[in-house]
Design a protein around this ligand. Structure first.
Ligand code: PLP
Length: 438
């Protein structure tokens, strides 16, 4: 006790005395500012707001962006707003001294009462069809491993799906003899219709499940989910959507996508702390899908999928201010900004010799994640050079057995990335393409 600063100790006592271990403070400090900012531009179309650097610089002020570096790897894990960090720290402080009591209180009072309904609103589905899990892999593997299938049943997936989902499907093939029919999209695809046609070609009377990634983390290619889902339903198959790279970025609801199962991370475009994911399915499906970890007896509906032993549930509570920030900004504004930033840097580099982008810039084909191949340059060496010479952080996408044709660097700005940062990136890329890696 003697090492605990007195004011923290008193704060904890105060919280306990109020009878609520961790009072949810849902309107975080920066949100009124964002609300006022957005209100002042309520009539401005998202495409015009996308070009308003002053607006996005104000949004940026809510984040502790590291000085001197250019982060262009937001598709990996998103930084979170300062308010979200503060909320998380507050929850850790309140919970860890008395976790047996306070973690469950927090789970009831914030996760269940605020975060779950917030995610349901975002996805346009009832709250009792949403489960809070730990990441997109857990959400999607629950479905991919848990939908009852027999030997010979077919699953359609793509070589450009996320590796962990393909690992799950391959394990299922090895254990149960299901058949995988793998779509191999060319890069770039001429159109999204061409992608839909590739899936449609693999569908048949034995198809039970179709996995669609929206968009692919390898290429940024958006899938025409509705068209694929409709075609899958016509042959009696169910559709699982991997929305890790689109949820809280593209404006859609799950009824619009027309899928049967959906999984995504909260630590990507929602910008919630690391360690949150969402799983959606209809209540009737919940009864037939086997959970990854058997839940306690009596768990019903989507609660069957949230049991994973003891884990830091209080982390998910800090998704509440991230949801509030997202609701203020709105997916349409975020998507328009990401398209603007992506077309800005693309236009500076795409005509360089040997440079190839893996998607077209058509709005239905891509949004804010783009992979670019740089002639014979090794993507890992380019990533290293950009970091060591320019303090620019990108992701290298190469060396995949399932998709050896992918050998580029992946670039994902954030909504608050500035044009000056993209100029710095484009300048560095032009130098590397023209003069090689020094
Ligand atoms: C398309 C896609 N799906 C799934 C995942 C896995 O997400 P998580 O790490 O939250 O399990 C990722 C992560 O990058 C992804 O890009």
């Amino acid at each position: 006790m003697s090492s605990v600063p007195r004011r923290h100790f008193l704060a904890q006592l105060g919280a306990g005395a109020a009878g609520l271990a961790v009072a949810p403070r849902l309107i975080a400090a920066q949100l009124p500012t964002i609300e006022a900012l957005v209100a002042g531009r309520a009539q401005v179309a998202p495409e015009r707001l996308a070009e308003d650097e002053a607006f996005w610089a104000e949004v940026r002020r809510g984040f502790d962006v590291p000085e001197g570096v250019v982060n262009l790897d937001h598709g990996n894990i998103s930084p979170v707003a300062r308010d979200v960090i503060e909320d998380l720290v507050r929850h850790v402080r309140a919970t860890q001294p008395f976790p047996a009591k306070r973690m469950n209180e927090l789970h009831r009072e914030v996760d269940a009462a605020v975060v779950r309904p917030g995610l349901a609103r975002l996805l346009g589905v009832p709250a009792d069809e949403v489960a809070l899990v730990r990441n997109a892999t857990e959400a999607l593997d629950t479905v991919l491993l848990g939908v009852p299938l027999r030997a010979g049943d077919e699953i359609v997936c793509s070589a450009h799906d996320y590796f962990a989902m393909l690992d799950a499907l391959e394990q299922r093939r090895a254990r149960e003899g299901v058949v995988l029919r793998v779509v191999r999209p060319p890069v770039p695809l001429p159109s999204v219709d061409a992608l839909a046609a590739l899936y449609e070609r693999e569908l048949g009377p034995k198809t039970r499940l179709v996995l669609v990634t929206h968009p692919s983390n390898l290429t940024g290619q958006l899938a025409p989910v509705r068209r694929i889902a409709d075609a899958a339903h016509r042959v009696g198959a169910e559709v699982v959507v991997d929305g890790a790279q689109s949820m809280a970025l593209l404006p859609y609801t799950l009824p619009e996508l027309g899928c049967d199962y959906f999984g995504a991370s909260l630590h990507k475009w929602l910008a919630a702390p690391v360690g949150g994911g969402v799983l959606w399915m209809r209540k009737e499906s919940a009864e037939k899908v086997w959970p990854l970890v058997p839940p306690p007896k009596g768990a019903k509906g989507l609660d069957r999928f949230t049991w994973g032993g003891t884990h830091p549930r209080h982390v998910q509570a800090a998704a509440a201010p991230a949801l509030a920030l997202h609701e203020q900004l709105g997916a349409a504004r975020k998507a328009a900004r990401m398209r603007y930033l992506t077309s800005y840097w693309r236009s500076r580099v795409e005509r360089l010799p040997g440079v190839r982008l893996y998607t077209t810039a058509a709005p239905e084909a891509s949004c804010g994640l783009a992979t670019v191949e740089l002639g014979a340059l090794d993507p890992k060496a380019v990533k290293q050079a950009l970091w060591e010479q320019d303090r620019i952080f990108v992701q290298s996408m190469t060396g995949y057995d399932r998709s050896p044709e992918i050998r580029g660097i992946r670039v994902t700005p954030n909504v608050y990335t500035s044009l000056a940062e993209l100029d710095r990136f484009a300048g560095a890329l032009i130098r590397l393409v023209r003069h090689g890696i020094g």
